[in-house]
Write a protein that binds this ligand. Structure first.
Ligand code: PBG
Length: 327
């Protein structure tokens, strides 16, 4: 064998940090990140979420402070989830002008204006006494079309409170079209829709159900969320949502579905977001607590993987911390 072999040496470009930075194909920027936040009505102190170390259910005041920190760190957007004091069958608090998310949206609009994009999750599971994402029929099925009217009312209430982007996450058929029509009718033509277009029925939402207090009281969500076995179905969901007026589409969960992110990003011309969900967060935090993975490296590696797969925006509970690391 010749002494000059091999001629091609990929390691040449990996030799120094500067070389590696120069040839990096993917970058994560603070403004790519969206921070999901929980705000709960009627509590005096922020309430830690035990299965998500570092995440809390905010009071209105603590939400304002944390939102300001996120904006200062350069985070691109906030996604609000509300937990009402009282729940009922219809989730009445969701579209109450005095409801917790509407109050929080007004607070944050006052504090932050256009400095950060204000988004709100649009669903009913946190608001209904039964914990399902829609209204129920007398036999306990989720009633798709009756639910659409509720979603339309929530969208208008959030828009009136200052939301810039609504994020419908309930996986009802026709939800994007119904919300678009309602927003337009009410004069909110500039409010955008980030559709949770692809949402699998996933075990990785486990910790979220504690954080948002939205676990179904009976049954599960497999009748409306997608089967993890499918990917062509996801492309169909995305096409439908774009046809109905989605401005951006999301794939959720993230890490176990990066193939789906990649396929969707190839197929569509709207921004594609991915949601690094509560269970993904909890897995890394739990392993890091035991010293089994390097926490910061694992966080940045997963975020990079989302971008490499084709996600433009990443919803992550680490958004503020990661934004600081990336600066
Ligand atoms: C439903 C909703 C869920 C999540 C976001 N929106 C839970 C579910 O569908 O059961 C999960 C987010 C996460 O796990 O971080 N409103």
């Amino acid at each position: 064998m010749s002494a000059r072999f091999p001629v091609v040496r990929p390691r040449r470009l990996r030799r120094t940090p500067a070389l590696r930075r120069l040839v990096a194909e993917t970058r994560v920027r603070p403004e790519d990140l969206i921070l999901p936040m929980f705000v709960k009505e009627g509590i005096g102190e922020p309430n830690p979420v035990s299965s998500m170390p570092g995440v809390v259910q905010h009071t209105r005041d603590s939400l304002r402070a944390a939102a300001k920190e996120a904006a200062e760190a350069g985070v691109g957007g906030l996604m609000l989830f509300g937990i009402p004091e009282f729940k009922d069958e219809r989730g009445s608090a969701a579209d109450d002008p005095g409801g917790i998310v509407q109050q929080a949206l007004r607070d944050l609009t006052t504090d932050l204006g256009d400095d950060i994009v204000l988004m709100a999750d649009l669903c009913l599971d946190e608001y209904t006494s039964h914990g399902h994402c829609g209204l129920l029929t007398p036999t306990g099925e989720v009633d798709n079309d009756a639910t659409l009217e509720r979603y339309a009312a929530i969208a208008v209430a959030q828009a009136a409170a200052g939301v810039q982007v609504v994020g419908p996450s309930g996986m009802m058929d026709g939800q994007v079209g119904a919300i678009r029509a309602a927003l337009d009718r009410a004069g909110y033509t500039d409010v955008a829709i980030l559709a949770y277009a692809v949402k699998y029925a996933s075990a990785f939402y486990g910790p979220f159900r504690e954080a948002a207090e939205g676990a179904p009281r009976f049954g599960d969500r497999t009748g409306y969320q997608q089967d993890p076995a499918n990917v062509r179905e996801s492309l169909r969901e995305v096409e439908l949502d774009i046809a109905e007026g989605a401005d951006m589409v999301m794939v959720k969960p993230g890490l176990a579905y990066l193939d789906v992110v990649a396929k969707v990003a190839e197929q569509v011309r709207v921004p594609v977001s991915a949601y690094q969900v509560s269970g993904e967060y909890a897995m890394v935090e739990a392993a890091a607590e035991r010293g089994w993975v390097d926490r910061e490296r694992a966080i940045l590696e997963t975020l990079t993987a989302f971008r490499r797969a084709g996600a433009g925006q990443i919803l992550t509970y680490w958004a503020t911390e990661a934004a600081r690391m990336l600066r």
